[in-house]
Design a protein around this ligand. Structure first.
Ligand SMILES: Cc1cc2nc3c(=O)[nH]c(=O)nc-3n(C[C@H](O)[C@H](O)[C@H](O)COP(=O)(O)OP(=O)(O)OC[C@H]3O[C@@H](n4cnc5c(N)ncnc54)[C@H](O)[C@@H]3O)c2cc1C
Length: 608
């Protein structure tokens, strides 16, 4: 074990850099591993391909599925783990992988407790977030998730702030993130003239404008930017060396096949990073690898008929590097990717944005239809189900696309894709062609290329049932998840309202993804496996480089980030040789745990 202090790590004249652990990629998986390993006294280097850290994690909602988490316990919810297993067994079916599920369920409460107690990553409980399939045995009705506590970027030193990815523009209001829950509810209520909502929105937007002038960036971090901002601060507090614009190109192994480091590119040239303990791959899977998409994604004849939300750098580098030294790429999953319906937003500068339809589908008074004018899914279920339903309903050879339609009352009250409710005007979206409009349902259908007669019939049938609060075709509004995503002020069913006040509007929806599910095969210790099922010494994986712990299914929101953080934590501990969870127990008084500015504590090197 080296005895040099971390500050002595430099790139030597022979173009090498020595550390204990090299982490490749700086999203949830990579930063979780880096913080954990550094906390346990290891010298950690993180290399990041982009010129900013955070990957898809920064653009995410930040919610992590974490059953049994200590925040739930603190709220008096002591769920039996068997209930969670029951839910997963029912949802994952043949894709249920006991070793991986058990490793996840065992470590996840400790992971949340570790970050909450020891680092700047503070969480808020997802007390009201329900599992998607409420009628499945074991489904959770809340408290199985945590999200990052909002974070003031002023608490991050400017040099580190410069390495932080901005909020995804399409999910922001002029670059400012809005957090699901009370924050979003207040913004929506502002559009309906609620005074408290108006005050909240004016204060948040005013502060944001000030930050743009002074700091030239969003400083009120929420969702994924809060998650990565907090992880980056924690890593920095522990002395982790974070290097942006430094893509890893290939892994290095010794004569025994042990992974001992990697060759990286940097603006000044390439060099070697030697990692005495091992390397963690966390490059975010392959959502931007067109060739693998063509091979693995359904109804994607050239690989380009898919619009992922993940940043362009996520091209499967981790999988490619690992395969080059004999790792197993596991494509035996239900779905190769975490589907999300998206719409394409044309901007005046020629750029096309990708908007995720996460929330609008579930609001009462909007339905999704195909060009045949028929609905194809319960729109208020998960994003995964929407795209899966669309893929199934689309005949071979036809483009996979749908239209999310709504009426005038809806579009002034709720967002329809990128188009925002009052007081934001609709005309920019109409002018760009993003939003289609028709005075009647038939006119709207013609503008979109939908069968007008069929659409009029679909809307008439839907309206008649919606007034009664039922959806005989797809059972929309029958689960807690559906109703929670609706509008509590709407009755008899918060998920259903008729579409009856012209003019009518529509946004075209196409298949997209949050990231990929197929990935490297690994064991419960996050060690990458070769084609014989043996662990490759010194090689770990976390995040979407790792084959989905959920077997390529989407049982609950947060099933990407929960496992990414957890297997990063598992990898960090394994690399540090820490077996006992006692070592993660709080060592500082509780009052200090929730101080965002408290530096994360690090064990002395004598522990190693
Ligand atoms: C809009 C949106 C909302 C979402 N909401 C949620 C949510 O609320 N809950 C949830 O669970 N999931 C959510 N997701 C999905 C989730 O964000 C991702 O699955 C998760 O962040 C992936 O984490 P990761 O660490 O694997 O990869 P990433 O966060 O993408 O990080 C990978 C990093 O590796 C870098 N990299 C790539 N190649 C190299 C290389 N060769 N060398 C060095 N670095 C490299 C990339 O540039 C990137 O920064 C959402 C995604 C999006 C886009």
């Amino acid at each position: 074990m080296k005895t040099s202090t971390f500050d002595e790590l430099t790139t030597a004249p022979d173009k090498t850099l020595d550390c204990d652990v090299l982490v490749i990629g700086s999203g949830a998986g990579g930063l979780s591993a880096a913080v954990t390993a550094a906390y346990h006294g290891l010298k950690v280097v993180v290399v990041e391909k982009a010129d900013v850290c955070g990957g898809a994690t920064s653009w995410s909602g930040g919610w992590a599925w974490t059953p049994g988490n200590p925040l739930a316990k603190a709220a008096g919810v002591n769920e039996d783990r068997e209930l969670v297993r029951t839910y997963l067994r029912h949802r994952l079916g043949a894709n249920y992988r006991e070793d991986k599920v058990e490793a996840f369920l065992e470590a996840v409460p400790h992971m949340v407790g570790f970050f909450q107690d020891k680092t700047s990553l503070q969480f808020v409980p997802g007390a009201k977030i329900k599992d998607i399939y409420g009628s499945t045995p074991g489904a959770g009705t809340g408290n199985r998730s945590v999200g990052p506590k909002p974070f003031n970027a002023r608490k991050i030193k400017p040099e580190l702030r410069a390495k932080m990815r901005h909020q995804l523009y399409e999910t922001s209001f002029l670059g400012m993130g809005i957090m699901a829950g009370p924050d979003l509810a207040k913004f929506l209520s502002a559009s309906q003239g609620n005074l408290q909502g108006l005050f909240h929105a004016a204060w948040r937007v005013g502060l944001h404008m000030w930050d743009l002038i002074i700091h030239r960036r969003n400083m009120q971090l929420v969702n994924g930017t809060a998650l990565t901002g907090r992880l980056m601060k924690s890593a920095d507090d522990l002395g982790v060396d974070i290097r942006v614009s430094t893509p890893a190109k290939r892994l290095i192994t010794d004569a025994n096949g042990t992974v001992t480091g990697a060759v990286v590119d940097a603006p000044a040239g390439s060099y070697t990073i030697n990692a005495s303990r091992g390397v963690v791959l966390a490059t975010g899977g392959f959502p931007n690898d067109v060739a693998r998409r063509k091979a693995l994604f359904p109804k994607t004849p050239t690989g380009r008929e898919h619009w992922t939300l993940a940043p362009k750098e996520t091209t499967g580098d981790g999988i490619t590097m690992a395969q080059a030294i004999g790792a197993s790429f596991d494509t035996d999953v239900e779905s190769p990717a975490a589907w999300c319906p998206v719409s394409l937003v044309p901007y005046r500068n020629g750029r096309t944005g990708t908007f995720p339809h996460i929330m609008d589908r579930a609001k009462p008074g909007s339905i999704g239809v195909r060009r045949d004018g028929k609905r194809f899914v319960n729109e208020a279920n998960g994003y995964y189900d929407y795209v899966e339903g669309l893929l199934k309903a689309t005949p071979d050879g036809e483009p996979v696309e749908a239209w999310q339609i709504a009426d005038a009352a809806y579009v002034r009250k709720f967002p329809l894709g990128m188009a925002k409710p009052l007081p934001v005007p609709l005309f920019p979206y109409l002018r760009s062609g993003y939003l289609k409009k028709g005075d009647t349902i038939e006119e709207l259908a013609t503008a979109c290329g939908i069968n007008p007669t069929a659409l009029a019939q679909t809307v008439a049938d839907f309206n008649e049932n919606a007034r009664k609060g039922i959806d005989p075709e797809f059972n929309r509004g029958t689960t807690e998840f559906n109703r929670y995503g609706g509008d509590p002020k709407v009755g008899p069913n918060p998920s259903l309202a008729p579409i009856e006040k012209g003019p009518y509007y529509a946004v075209k929806v196409v298949p997209g993804s949050f990231g990929t599910f197929a990935g490297l095969k690994a064991d419960g210790r996050a060690r990458v496996l070769n084609n014989d099922g043996e662990a490759i010494p010194g090689l770990y994986v976390a995040g979407n480089d790792h084959a989905s712990v959920m077997g390529g299914l989407y049982p609950a929101g947060g099933i990407n980030l929960g496992p990414a953080l957890t297997f990063g934590y598992i990898a960090g501990r394994d690399l540090a040789g820490v077996n006992d969870y006692e070592d993660d127990r709080p060592t500082v008084p509780q009052s200090a745990h929730h101080n965002d500015d408290a530096p994360a504590r690090r064990f002395s090197t004598s522990r190693r």
